[in-house]
Design a protein around this ligand. Structure first.
Ligand SMILES: [Zn+2]
Length: 324
């Protein structure tokens, strides 16, 4: 057990300014799930009701003092903007990829902060003013593609995860939350710090305050002329990076093209409407889903739908193999 840490109101206020972009939040359960042993996140309600709790200074203080652990949402649905971009990498050799990204971000004069995590780390980029999630995502996805850094959700289990995970979300939607930095990770039962400063709340926050923040003008310059086709080209890149595998016997009989048809060809991909987006009335233009022509096992929704969501929308949910 660590010694008691006190969060000053200044630290709480700075934390709010840096990290909190909307009041909805998640909480990590204090006790592990009996079956999986994992500490899941849930959206907390007022006691004995289904009225969701909203983040307050007090919630943040408790998080920083290690009494609770909160998860933060990237996108504010009223603006579709975020205050930060976080790159989560927790696979084998993920630190190598994070350092590669960090180095190249620095070349753009972006000043990211590397946070330790249970396995790998989180790379945080702070924005001078809230910026459009879509534009942030184009920047990071394009960078990952150029560096050969795998992005999760493209048919491979391993790769970086970029928060925000969506270009935009509807009112009443939340997107994905990430563990709020500087709190206690319940699974690891310890605090993870940023590498760049001494391990006290004051020093850590002062360090984050000092980091150069990305402006809208800079971001627009970084992504000028770049758009989805570049980002979805990563499907081919991922396919090519894979060792040739023999056809697995059993299991993967799912053929996405039998469900969604070809759509139009753009580079090495078919581009068509994402069935999961379509279910919620999105992707009317019909260009969110990219399917690798030469190997349709690889497909990706640019808006961030997971493989599970796409399969469920097609009425062919991915069956979880039960462990005996
Ligand atoms: Zn989708």
């Amino acid at each position: 057990m660590e010694t008691t840490i006190t969060a000053t109101w200044q630290v709480v206020e700075d934390y709010q300014r840096l990290f909190v972009n909307r009041r909805a939040y998640t909480m990590q359960s204090m006790r592990p799930c009996p079956e999986s042993g994992r500490h899941y996140y849930f959206r907390p309600n007022k006691k004995g009701s289904d009225i969701p709790l909203m983040l307050t200074d007090e919630t943040i203080r408790q998080h920083l003092e290690g009494k609770i652990t909160v998860g933060l949402y990237a996108i504010n649905p009223s603006t579709q903007r975020c205050k930060w971009v976080a790159i989560d990498a927790d696979y084998k050799n993920s630190m190598e990829d994070l350092l590669k990204l960090q180095y190249h971000l620095t070349q753009d004069r972006v000043d990211p902060a590397l946070e330790m995590s249970k396995r790998g780390g989180h790379l945080w980029i702070f924005l001078a003013t809230p910026l459009l999630a879509r534009e942030c995502r184009i920047y990071i996805h394009d960078l990952a593609l150029r560096l050969g850094v795998p992005v999760k959700g493209t048919g491979l289990a391993d790769g970086i995860e970029v928060f925000p995970k969506h270009d935009a979300i509807c009112a009443g939607e939340f997107g994905n939350a990430i563990r709020g930095p500087l709190g206690i990770h319940r699974g690891a039962n310890r605090r993870f710090w940023f590498y760049g400063a001494d391990y006290t709340l004051e020093d850590q926050i002062a360090y984050l305050n000092r980091l150069r923040k990305v402006t809208e003008e800079e971001l627009r310059r970084f992504i000028a002329g770049k758009d989805r086709p570049a980002a979805v080209a990563s499907l081919a890149q991922l396919r090519d990076s894979l060792p040739q595998r023999r056809q697995r016997s059993g299991g993967s009989d799912f053929r996405i093209l039998a469900h969604v048809g070809g759509g139009r060809k753009v580079g090495r991909n078919y581009i068509t409407r994402c069935p999961s987006c379509a279910d919620s009335g999105h992707d009317r233009v019909g260009d969110n889903l990219a399917i690798l022509i030469e190997d349709p096992r690889f497909y990706k929704c640019w808006a961030g739908c997971t493989k599970e969501m796409i399969r469920a929308a097609l009425g062919c949910p991915i069956r979880v193999r039960s462990s005996a």
